[in-house]
Design a protein around this ligand. Structure first.
Ligand SMILES: Nc1nc2c(c(=O)[nH]1)N[C@H]1C(S)=C(S)[C@@H](COP(=O)(O)OP(=O)(O)OC[C@H]3O[C@@H](n4cnc5c(N)ncnc54)[C@H](O)[C@@H]3O)O[C@H]1N2
Ligand code: MOO
Ligand SMILES: [Mg+2]
Length: 430
C-alpha cells in the first residue's frame, strides 16, 4: 500500500519543521480533487466555481440614467453665468425604449435606470433644476455649473463588457457573485464537487455528548470544534465519531475514511505516549511526511498521504494534536488553506494585521507561538491586541474569548507592551 506513494519529500519525517516549512510542504503535496457538477444558481452559495463565468452581454446593456431628472445633450449646457431653458419633449421610465428623437434645446423627463435617448449624454437630477410651464408645455431651467457633461449617465458595458470574465474559476461564491452572475442572465453554474472530509476523535477517555461522564473521562470537544471549522469552509463532513486508542479500531476507521472521503482529520494520539497510535498507522497505511513542528501550541501535528487504493489519489491525513487549543490552532495554521487548495478554491489566508500589543509576552526564539488575543480599537483610534488570559493548550476558553491569534514568528524573542505584533483574525472583530 505504501510503495505507490513514493518516498517522503523530506529527508527525515522525524525532523522538526518550522511553521513556514510545514505550510510549504503541505501546499507542495496537494493536487485539487477532480469532478464538477452543474447546480442552479440559487443553490450555489459557498460552492467553488469550476470554470470562469464569461459575460454573454454588456452590463448594463444600454446607456442609462443614474438619477431621476432630465436628460439632455451636453452641447445645450449654459455658459458661465447663464441659464438654459430646455423643453421637455417626452418621459422615459426604466424599461421604456426611447422612440422619438430629441431636438436641440429639448430634454427628456427620465427616471433612474431608463435608457438614454440617442444624442443625449447628461442628466440633471430634478432637485438641481427648476421646472416651469410655458404655453401649457413643461420646460426646465438649468443654471451653469450644476452638472458636467456626461454626468449621471451609466455607460453600456461599464460594469462588464460582453466576452469579459465576470467571476474567475476557483472563487467560492458569495452573495455578491450570485447577484453578478444573475445580472448576466445565467441561472446555473459549473462548480467543483464538494470536498469530502472525514473527521474523528481518538482517546479512551473521551465520551460523546449525552453519555455519562465516567470518572477520569472528558467530553469530546474537538470533533465539534473541527466540524464547525469544516462547515465554515463549505466542505461535506463525514463524521466518523469517537475511536478508542486501539490500533485495530484506528486502522478500521482510517480505512473507512479513505473509502469515504478525500481527506481525513483526526485529533489526539499523535504525540509520544503509549496510547498515541496515529503516526504508526499513518506510516503503515501511507507515509508520514512530518510530525513535529517548531510551534506552540501544536508541536505534534502529523501530515502525510494514506494510500487511496486502485487508481485513486491519496487521501491526505491531517493528524491534529489532542489538546483542544492545539487542535484548532493547527487547523487554522495548516488545514484551512490546505482544504481550500484541495477543493480547487482560491486560497484565502486568514486576514493578517500588525497591531500594538498591550500585553507583554515572554518568548524564546526557535519556534512560532500562537497566543490567543482580542483585537479591538483602542482609545487613540488605532488597533491593538491583548491576550485572553491563561494560554494553556487545554484552555479552550482562551480561544472562545479571542478573535485573533497573535503570531510570534520563529525568530521572535519576548515582546514588550506597546510593540507591534502580527495577528491573524479568525472570526471578524465583533
Ligand atoms: N513526552 C511528551 N509528551 C507530550 C509532548 C511531547 O512533546 N513530549 N507533547 C505535548 C503536546 S504539545 C501535546 S499538544 C499533546 C498532544 O497529544 P496527542 O495528540 O497525543 O493527544 P492525546 O494524548 O490523545 O491528548 C492530549 C490531551 O488532549 C485531550 N484530548 C484529546 N482528544 C480530545 C478531544 N477530542 N476533546 C477534548 N480533549 C481531547 C486529552 O484528554 C489530553 O488531555 O501531547 C503532549 N505530550
Ligand atoms: O503544542 Mo501542545 O499543542 O502545546 O499543547
Ligand atoms: Mg498523547
Amino acid at each position: 500500500m505504501t510503495a505507490a506513494l513514493g518516498p517522503s519529500p523530506l529527508i527525515s519525517g522525524d525532523a522538526h519543521l518550522s511553521v513556514d516549512q510545514a505550510r510549504a510542504t503541505i501546499a507542495n503535496a496537494l493536487q485539487p480533487i477532480h469532478g464538477d457538477e452543474v447546480v442552479a444558481l440559487h443553490q450555489a452559495l459557498g460552492r467553488v466555481l469550476a470554470e470562469p463565468v464569461i459575460s454573454p452581454i454588456d452590463v448594463p446593456a444600454h446607456d442609462n440614467s443614474a438619477m431621476d431628472g432630465y436628460a439632455f445633450a451636453s452641447t445645450d449646457l449654459p455658459g458661465s453665468g447663464q441659464v438654459a431653458d430646455l423643453r421637455v419633449v417626452a418621459t422615459l421610465h426604466a424599461g421604456d425604449m426611447p422612440t422619438v428623437p430629441v431636438p436641440p434645446g429639448g430634454c427628456v423627463r427620465i427616471m433612474t435606470g431608463a435608457v438614454m435617448p440617442s444624442g443625449l449624454d447628461t442628466v440633471v437630477p430634478q432637485e438641481l433644476c427648476q421646472t416651469v410651464e410655458r404655453d401649457g408645455q413643461p420646460w426646465i431651467t438649468l443654471a451653469a455649473g450644476v452638472v458636467q457633461p456626461g454626468e449621471n449617465r451609466r455607460l453600456a458595458g461599464e460594469d462588464l463588457a460582453r466576452g469579459k470574465p465576470a467571476v474567475p474559476a476557483g472563487r467560492r461564491l458569495r452573495p455578491a457573485e450570485l447577484g453578478l452572475i444573475a445580472s448576466l442572465g445565467i441561472g446555473q453554474v459549473t462548480v467543483r464537487r464538494r470536498l469530502k472530509v472525514a473527521v474523528f476523535s481518538t482517546g479512551n477517555e473521551l465520551r460523546s455528548l449525552g453519555e455519562p461522564l465516567d470518572p477520569g473521562c472528558i467530553y469530546d470537544s474537538n470533533r465539534h470544534t473541527l466540524i464547525g471549522a469544516l462547515q465554515r469552509l463549505g466542505v461535506e463532513v463525514v463524521d466518523l465519531g469517537l475511536v478508542r486508542d486501539d490500533p485495530a479500531a484506528l486502522e478500521a476507521t482510517l480505512r473507512r475514511a479513505v473509502a469515504e472521503a478525500d481527506a481525513v482529520l483526526t485529533s489526539g494520539g499523535v504525540s509520544v505516549g503509549d496510547a498515541d497510535h496515529t503516526r504508526a498507522l499513518l506510516a503503515q497505511l501511507g507515509r508520514v511526511d512530518f510530525w513535529k513542528v517548531a510551534m506552540r501550541p501544536g508541536r505534534p501535528f502529523a501530515f502525510g498521504p494514506l494510500a487511496g487504493g486502485d487508481g485513486q489519489p491519496p487521501r491526505w491525513l491531517f493528524a491534529l494534536p489532542g489538546n483542544p487549543v492545539a487542535s484548532l490552532v493547527t487547523f487554522y495554521a495548516f488545514v484551512r488553506e490546505a482544504l481550500q487548495q484541495l477543493g480547487g478554491a482560491e486560497v484565502q489566508p486568514l486576514p493578517t494585521l500588525r497591531v500594538r500589543c498591550e500585553t507583554p509576552i515572554r518568548k524564546r526564539p526557535g519556534r512560532t507561538e500562537f497566543q490567543r488575543g482580542i483585537v479591538a480599537r483602542s482609545a487613540d483610534g488605532g488597533w491593538s491586541v491583548r491576550l485572553t488570559g491563561a494560554q494553556g493548550a487545554g484552555i479552550l476558553r482562551s480561544m472562545s474569548e479571542a478573535n485573533a491569534l497573535v503570531v510570534l514568528g520563529h525568530e521572535q524573542a519576548s515582546v514588550a507592551s506597546g510593540e507591534q505584533v502580527e495577528v491573524w483574525l479568525f472570526d471578524g472583530l465583533v
